[in-house]
Design a protein around this ligand. Structure first.
Ligand SMILES: Cc1ncc(COP(=O)(O)O)c(C=O)c1O
Length: 388
């Protein structure tokens, strides 16, 4: 099969990244082998834990002119629909354990979310017995609001963008003595987002254990960068200077990581960040994520929304006998960039994406907004063969 042409890829090399950079004390203070072991031990003990599948897509790989594509399918993670189940809930647990003087029922956690992180925090709060208040911004869908409320959290809708809801959550927490469990870090707020990212490393490690041969290229989508940094850190620790080519992928309307790499420092994207990829609609880079990505991620990219939609459809249909997959709109930016780069000779050359390339991507969510999924793909997620 010939793939649809995916237009509008932007790609830059990160001048600050070096393959020889060592995973040093600064990075180890963020994500470490001991931290991974602890997160793994804990998360594996939760009811319903199982490694998510790493799906081989040979039809898609052949169509893209590479040797192998593996898709880590997070749609079934703990029944929450996304990899975020690993992060927020784990950070809630670590927070409660850090306060043995208080009964969990006396503690309130809160956060801002575009959907998936809030669902994880609400789920963790219910599991571990504390109160939970979740802030969502103006355009978070009603379906996503209801999915969070279903875990017993109070949900507050605020005006403006995701970044405005982050500020609203911080202000409410300061006023009421609540604990912010955020997936993004900033000056003076690092411990909790570090635990969130350490939870994500469990997913990365699962994938590296499942994959039959080390990948040559890994493409990961970025919102605030926590996910990309967690995957990058695992690759860096496991493979050192022989690690795969690592590519960060963002929506072109919310490209704060891309712009930061271009500027050589963290810069924010102003405006309404109007991308379909709700989970990636972030204008500000996480401080901790940047401390890992800046020295270690050699490429940053951005793609338009229509490329993501085209890839959601490709996955739902399954290319040339590949198993059909339900992927939400924020799940596929990495794969969309991989396919767009494979079609574009200069990008292919820049990334060394040749016929021997073994590509790993992370399908970070299923149809977490089922109505939007149906609108974009043209049929309900439940009708995609093999859908849970
Ligand atoms: C499905 C999905 N993929 C990827 C991301 C990006 O994660 P991060 O914000 O840590 O970069 C998110 C964030 O919400 C998400 O929901």
């Amino acid at each position: 099969m010939t793939l649809p042409t995916l237009h509008g890829l932007r790609l830059i090399a990160n001048p600050a990244a070096s393959p020889d950079a060592l995973y040093g004390p600064r990075q180890c203070a963020i994500l470490s082998p001991a931290g991974l072991a602890a997160a793994r031990r804990e998360i594996a003990s939760w009811p319903g834990y199982a490694p998510t599948p790493l799906v081989a897509l040979p039809g898609l790989a052949a169509a893209a002119g590479v040797a192998d594509i593996r898709y880590k399918d997070e749609s079934g993670r703990f029944g929450l629909g996304s990899f975020k189940a690993l992060g927020g809930a784990y950070a809630v647990l670590r927070l409660l354990r850090s306060r043995p003087d208080r009964h969990p029922a006396e503690i309130t956690v809160c956060c801002a979310t575009d959907g998936n992180h809030g669902r994880s925090v609400a789920w963790g709060a219910r599991q571990f017995g504390c109160r939970c208040v979740i802030f969502i911004h103006a355009t978070v869908s009603e379906g996503r609001r209801a999915a969070i409320a279903a875990y017993g959290a109070e949900v507050i809708r605020t005006a403006g963008t995701y970044d405005d809801s982050v500020r609203a959550a911080a202000e409410a927490a300061a006023r009421n003595g609540w604990h912010v469990v955020s997936d993004t870090s900033y000056d003076g707020y690092r411990d909790i987002p570090r635990d969130v990212m350490q939870g994500y490393t469990v997913m990365a490690e699962e994938a590296l254990e499942q994959i039959p041969a080390p990948p040559t290229h890994v493409f990961v989508q970025g919102g605030v960068g926590g996910l990309a940094a967690a995957v990058c850190a695992q690759l860096w620790q496991r493979y050192g200077a022989r690690r795969p080519v690592f590519v960060v992928a963002e929506p072109d309307r919310a490209d704060c990581l891309f712009r930061s790499a271009a500027a050589g420092r963290r810069v924010a994207v102003p405006g309404d960040l109007n991308t379909l990829m709700a989970g990636l609609a972030c204008g500000e880079v996480s401080e901790l994520a940047w401390e890992i990505l800046e020295p270690a991620a050699p490429f940053f990219t951005a793609i338009p929304d229509d490329a993501a939609v085209a890839v959601m459809r490709l996955l739902a249909d399954g290319v040339d006998g590949d198993p059909p997959l339900v992927a939400g709109e924020s799940a596929v930016a990495g794969l969309a960039v991989a396919l767009a780069a494979a079609q574009d000779p200069p990008a292919r050359a820049k990334l060394g994406l040749g016929p021997d390339a073994r590509v790993l991507v992370f399908g970070t969510e299923g149809a977490t907004d089922p109505d939007l999924y149906e609108e974009l793909v043209g049929r309900p997620a439940a009708s995609v063969a093999g859908a849970a």
